[in-house]
Design a protein around this ligand. Structure first.
Ligand SMILES: C[S@@+](CC[C@H](N)C(=O)[O-])C[C@H]1O[C@@H](n2cnc3c(N)ncnc32)[C@H](O)[C@@H]1O
Length: 142
């Protein structure tokens, strides 16, 4: 593809290479192969709202939405895989793994790594609270 001039390295030539696509080769109205819409996978505001329902206060500024991480886990792994998040933050990845397992009967496990002093009070605490809620009948942080 490089020899055919079909790779693009960005304006300054330093980016990760991307495949060039010409308009004549792209079907009308189709731009990307993967579109993740807010309505399907949530947004930062919805993720913050969910976190607030777990901690009753704003604890983390940049959580990812659980549906988004669920979607990415589904796309990239199998039902018995171990999911590693080495930038765990508020622990969304563990929440998504637990929810996905509950929904599809999978047996995924997770490893979270967090360097900040909230690793126990937010990251791990969220996981504890989600697991506790999941064991209560019919109530789950959604
Ligand atoms: C944008 S946040 C992740 C948000 C997370 N996806 C969520 O939904 O809450 C990035 C996190 O990575 C952590 N982090 C950055 N460098 C790290 C490192 N070297 N080891 C472990 N955690 C790290 C930061 O402290 C921060 O909590």
């Amino acid at each position: 593809m490089y020899e055919k001039g079909r790779l693009w390295f960005g304006k300054d030539g330093k980016n990760v290479p991307r495949l060039k696509k010409y308009l004549t080769e792209v079907k009308q109205g189709m731009i990307g192969n993967t579109i993740l819409l807010n309505d399907d996978v949530g947004s930062t505001p919805s993720a913050k709202e969910l976190l607030k329902s777990i901690f009753e206060e704003n604890t983390f500024e940049t959580p990812k939405p659980v549906p988004l991480i669920k979607r990415l886990i589904k796309l990239s792994s199998s039902a018995n895989d171990i999911i590693l998040d080495s930038f765990a933050g508020s622990g969304t990845t563990a929440h998504a793994v637990l929810k996905l397992n509950k929904e599809d009967g999978g047996n995924r496990k997770f490893i979270l790594v967090e360097q900040e002093d909230y690793a126990n009070t937010i990251t791990a605490e969220r996981v504890r609270r989600v697991i506790k809620k999941m064991s209560e009948p019919l109530i789950f942080f959604d």
